[in-house]
Design a protein around this ligand. Structure first.
Ligand SMILES: *[C@@H]1O[C@H](CO)[C@@H](O)[C@H](O)[C@H]1NC(C)=O
Ligand SMILES: *[C@@H]1O[C@H](CO)[C@@H](O)[C@H](O)[C@H]1NC(C)=O
Ligand SMILES: *[C@@H]1O[C@H](CO)[C@@H](O)[C@H](O)[C@H]1NC(C)=O
Ligand SMILES: *[C@@H]1O[C@H](CO)[C@@H](O)[C@H](O)[C@H]1NC(C)=O
Ligand SMILES: *[C@@H]1O[C@H](CO)[C@@H](O)[C@H](O)[C@H]1NC(C)=O
Ligand SMILES: *[C@@H]1O[C@H](CO)[C@@H](O)[C@H](O)[C@H]1NC(C)=O
Length: 454
């Protein structure tokens, strides 16, 4: 398989000191080791946190109780282990539970930590002089973002973690009960890589990143711009509560997943826009990324929809070579972004033919026979509802499915078998949305997604 770019960086001239090195070891427990290196002469203790999650396995995890999670140290990795986000109850403080990502220092202030890690994406930041990782965030002043591996973001402060993706090694990670190969999110080979960048647009009322200026990120496939006049299918892909438009790339490697979906001919070249739904206007207060002591409400989905319809969608159509009709437009999102996707489905039905509700935090009211009678387009869409087996929105997602079943809407379903409410789940959901759903012929039937429809 192809190596992640961070490894390549280490092979460059010596003065380039990558702070995170991913090494193929050819030995267990995972076949890869990751070295973290951070220089701080005054720090007294440094933990690695900022998105690193504890490991568990299928036999110690349920969707209802996190108390019995394995919480394995990565050095104890066994095939079939995966990580889950751990919302409640929190990990007990030390000494009951020792956070495994504890760096050691030499006299010259060089902090290091090495761990075998399995395939997947890891987001992290250094927690300086912190004694309980789950409680240390940007607002407690303990969090330092890796200076050598800056996050993908528009303006500084838009993201509070860096990330890297570890490859799969079948010799050590293949498991009889669970496939945890995330190599579809590694760099595609050269010639197949699109570009991803952050961008601003004019959005009257916006309070971030500047007055009347709002932000999104955009993925343009490798082919984009090489064929005069060609317009591309367009996927809008939303973040969830507490996030922004840079999340899908910084925390989920959306561009690599798209490159590989296109390269392997699961979908034709497609443009992806990841919008930001906070700070569209001053109502609700200013959202500051990662600041847990300053919480602002998630803006209501109809409010976001109307704002996007007014400012974002026309901007994208007039600035990029994207298609201009519903048949080649999709809207998907995770968690509260899944709620937004549902809002688009119900109230912007004519704008999109494909919808992805990933780990949707929907809570009704849902469509019924009367909605369908008033808006028959609801029956002719390409929909996927996806969620993790250990996802805390599992009940909501099932309720949404029950409502769709109740009116006879045909949708595709993905239950991510290692899935909690986190980025490994959303990578998996985006991948399968591309493989099975995106741009497949309508209306959906029992053959949809069973062959390559391209
Ligand atoms: C080093 O740690 C101190 C706390 O002792 C912190 O204030 C400072 O920002 C850190 N410096 C760097 C370069 O990360
Ligand atoms: C962590 O934060 C929670 C919620 O603020 C608090 O109840 C708990 O005591 C804290 N734990 C530690 C070890 O500081
Ligand atoms: C977006 O606007 C902000 C505020 O003016 C600026 O700092 C940032 O660099 C802009 N981003 C891009 C991609 O132009
Ligand atoms: C986080 O929010 C608190 C409360 O509003 C504020 O006092 C603090 O300055 C904020 N910190 C950062 C880093 O934004
Ligand atoms: C969106 O659709 C739902 C269901 O039909 C409806 O209750 C709601 O009022 C709509 N929102 C707006 C802003 O029209
Ligand atoms: C929609 O756009 C696509 C791509 O631009 C085009 O191939 C298709 O003919 C259009 N369909 C309609 C109904 O306009």
């Amino acid at each position: 398989m192809f190596l992640p770019s961070i490894v390549v960086a280490c092979l460059l001239p010596l003065q380039v000191v990558a702070s995170v090195t991913i090494r193929k070891t050819g030995r267990g427990p995972t076949g890869y080791e990751v070295d973290f290196r951070y220089v701080n002469k005054t720090a007294e203790r440094v933990l690695i946190g900022g998105g690193i999650q504890p490991f568990t396995d299928q036999f110690h995890t349920t969707g209802t109780s996190y108390r019995f999670n394995g919480r394995y140290d990565p050095h104890d990795y066994q095939p079939g282990d995966f990580y889950v986000s751990n919302p409640s109850p929190q990990l007990p403080a030390e000494p009951l539970y020792k956070w495994p990502y504890d760096m050691t220092s030499s006299d010259d202030g060089v902090w290091t930590y090495t761990a075998p890690l399995p395939s997947g994406i890891y987001s992290f930041a250094y927690l300086v002089n912190c004694n309980y990782a789950p409680n240390c965030s940007i607002d407690t002043g303990h969090l330092v973002i890796d200076p050598d591996l800056p996050p993908f973001q528009n303006v500084q402060g838009d993201q509070v973690a860096s990330s890297f993706q570890v490859p799969f090694d079948a010799k050590f990670q293949a498991s009889p009960e669970l496939n945890t190969n995330f190599d579809y999110a590694l760099d595609a080979p050269k010639g197949h890589r699109g570009v991803v960048r952050t961008a601003n647009y004019t959005s009257p009322g916006s309070i971030h990143p500047a007055p009347d200026v709002h932000d999104f990120s955009i993925y343009l496939p490798a082919e984009y711009g090489t064929i005069p006049g060609k317009k591309y299918p367009l996927l809008y892909l939303s973040h969830g509560a507490g996030g922004n438009g840079a999340d899908w790339e910084n925390l989920g490697r959306m561009s690599h997943i798209m490159d590989n979906l296109i390269r392997l001919k699961h979908i034709p070249p497609t443009v992806v826009v990841t919008p930001s739904f906070y700070n569209l206007d001053p109502s609700g207060g200013k959202f500051i990324y990662g600041n847990k002591s300053h919480s602002v409400p998630v803006p209501p989905a109809p409010h976001v929809r109307q704002n996007f319809e007014k400012y974002l969608f026309p901007w994208i159509e007039s600035h990029y070579q994207v298609c201009q009709n519903a048949s080649c437009r999709a809207f998907a999102g995770l968690s509260m972004g899944g709620v937004l996707a549902y809002e688009m489905y119900v109230n912007a039905t004519d704008q999109f033919d494909y919808y992805g509700m990933f780990s949707p935090a929907t809570n009704g009211p849902y469509i019924d026979a009367a909605s369908v009678a008033a808006n028959p387009g609801l029956m002719r869409k390409g929909i996927m509802v996806a969620y993790g087996l250990y996802d805390f929105v599992f009940p909501q997602a099932r309720e949404l499915q029950t409502a769709l079943d109740g009116v006879g809407v045909r949708y595709l379903n993905r239950v991510t078998p290692f899935g909690s409410h986190y980025w490994n789940t959303w990578q998996d959901e985006l991948w399968w949305f591309g493989v099975r759903v995106l741009w497949k012929p309508l209306p959906f039937g029992v053959r949809t997604g069973r062959g390559r429809d391209l």
